[in-house]
Design a protein around this ligand. Structure first.
Ligand SMILES: Cc1ncc(COP(=O)(O)OP(=O)(O)O)c(N)n1
Ligand SMILES: Cc1nc(C(=O)O)sc1CCOP(=O)(O)O
Ligand SMILES: [Mg+2]
Length: 500
């Protein structure tokens, strides 16, 4: 059985599955589900628990370390949520707050644990019942928060909707121009187009006559008011930043005034606004990587045991040959040895005037003042790493498919690893993404991306022919008697390629 669910419910499910996967859990746990529905601070479940006076942050911390209790299948959770909906409101709808209730009630031990964490499930259930009592009848009926308290002047509300739809569309056009012409980025341009289409689809939910009748620009005093600041922008990025704010403000207004006309429109606009926040982060923070890695072409991954010479000499030589980013990739060292070595590499890379990235470990990166961290698909998420690192350090993300490229961009990665390109002696892979993926990934985005996996002076021309303009290597430099010579050959092959 497959049930149709809202985007918010879908997102909660995918957050839950992602959490389980990252934790290496064979099944999704009830805590994953609850953290999934509570992921968005402005979501209905989060707001409901806050409204009931529960400490949601404390609950989230407890859930992160709670004993694992396997969740039933996704369909079983949705069916239970629908059951609660029928029981509480007499019709089978599937919203995130009902999914939360289903998750809270499905297992006695889990419910008992929640009670110990201070969440009184009966109170949540009662609140959901009262919320819904205020909005009787069918799914078409908006719940209390979406019902206008008094009769309203429809033409006023419609004029507000019309003006804000225009503002939102205009902002999206400006942002589209920034992604297309300034960032030159196909993936971000595509995401913005998706948002434009979602807004257009949402607009269809409004009665067409409403907006047409109300268009009355001459009567809009706002068109003649401008501030000095409105005509001052220092950079294209600032233009984008201002337009993201304008987009979000107009979406917020659409959401609020949309509640007067159609609850489904208001809810969809709310989701579009969340998507706009995600894109804002991706578009604006991605530029840290674009700026700091603009000149970087050659990136070297270093493991002590792989270096035929000392690591400090290898760094100095490779840097003299053109390498400007070094990653400490130690998979076996005990933490105390790792951090001692990382402190050393920090000094050596400073001396070489190169960036220093720590593989896998944002905690170590932060403790030694590295320039960033590199994360694979099974490592901490970029979001969690950012919580450890703070706003400035770079976060690189490995990608092995276009879907992972897209997700990494939305997760605000500062740069990408793209591979494996060729068979590697450093790391074994079941599947080779190959040159085809390199070509697709470099065409999809202008975020700095480093092709890697078995790249050497003998095959780098193939990477360049596929559109690769940056590479990361390990064995070929670490095992070289003359790392400077090898680095120079690789760097030379890349230095004529445009930076993208
Ligand atoms: C620049 C760069 N790209 C990709 C990787 C691989 O990271 P990951 O998939 O996490 O694998 P490990 O290196 O951790 O084994 C990387 N390290 N650097
Ligand atoms: C660690 C690693 N990750 C890869 C990926 O494709 O994600 S390829 C790779 C190994 C890179 O080393 P070498 O240049 O010696 O093959
Ligand atoms: Mg890793």
């Amino acid at each position: 059985m497959s049930l149709e669910v809202s985007p918010a419910v879908e997102r909660a499910g995918s957050v839950a599955r992602g959490r389980a996967e990252r934790a290496g859990s064979p099944t999704v746990r009830l805590s994953d589900w609850l953290l999934g529905v509570l992921e968005e601070d402005e979501g209905r479940p989060f707001e409901l628990l806050v409204r009931l006076g529960f400490d949601v942050r404390a609950l989230q911390r407890q859930l992160e370390v709670s004993p694992p209790i396997p969740a039933p299948s996704t369909d079983a959770i949705y069916t239970a949520a629908k059951g609660h909906s029928i029981r509480l409101r007499g019709e089978p709808s599937l919203t995130t707050d009902l999914v939360m209730l289903a998750v809270m009630m499905v297992n006695d031990s889990f419910r008992a644990a929640l009670e110990r964490y201070g969440i009184r499930v009966g109170v949540v259930e009662h609140a959901l019942r009262s919320d819904m009592m205020a909005a009787p009848d069918t799914i078409e009926q908006p719940p209390a928060e979406f019902v206008a308290a008094e009769p309203v002047d429809q033409s006023d509300a419609a004029r507000i909707l019309d003006a804000n739809l225009n503002r939102a569309r205009e902002s999206l056009r400006v942002l589209d121009d920034y992604a297309r012409f300034s960032l030159n980025d196909a993936a971000l341009t595509e995401e913005l187009k998706r948002l434009r289409h979602r807004l257009a689809d949402a607009t269809e939910l409004l009665p067409p006559s409403l907006l047409l009748q109300s268009r009355n620009t001459l009567g809009d005093v706002g068109t003649t008011i401008s501030t000095a600041g409105e005509f001052q922008r220092a950079t294209p990025r600032q233009v984008a930043a201002v337009n993201f704010k304008r987009l979000q403000e107009s979406l917020r207004s659409l959401e609020e005034f949309g509640k007067l006309d159609d609850a489904r429109f208001a809810r969809e606009v709310e989701q579009i606004r969340y998507a706009a926040y995600t894109l804002e982060r991706a578009v604006l923070t991605g530029s840290a990587g674009r700026e700091r890695l603009a000149a970087a072409r050659l990136y070297v991954l270093l493991t002590g045991s792989q270096c035929v010479n000392t690591m400090d000499w290898t760094i100095a030589e490779a840097a003299a040959g053109g390498a400007s980013v070094f990653q400490l990739r130690e998979k076996q060292l005990p933490d105390r040895e790792l951090i001692a070595l990382a402190h050393q590499v920090r000094k050596w890379t400073h001396k070489a005037n190169a960036l220093f990235i720590v593989n896998d470990r944002p905690d170590i990166a932060r403790l030694v003042g590295a320039d960033g961290v590199h994360l694979g698909q099974d490592d901490l998420s970029p979001h969690d790493a950012r919580r450890i690192l703070g706003p400035d350090p770079l976060i690189g993300v490995s990608s092995h498919s276009l879907a992972q490229v897209r997700q990494a961009i939305l997760d605000s990665a500062d740069y990408l690893g793209v591979g494996p390109t060729f068979p590697s002696t450093t790391k074994g892979f079941d599947q080779l993404a190959g040159l085809e993926f390199v070509q697709a990934a470099f065409a999809a985005t202008t975020l700095p991306a480093f092709a890697l996996g078995g790249i050497r002076p003998e095959n780098i021309a193939e990477v360049v022919a596929a559109g690769g303009n940056r590479v990361a290597v390990s064995a070929v430099v670490a095992e070289a008697e003359e790392p400077q010579v090898v680095a120079r050959q690789l760097f030379g092959a890349l230095s004529d390629v445009s930076s993208g």
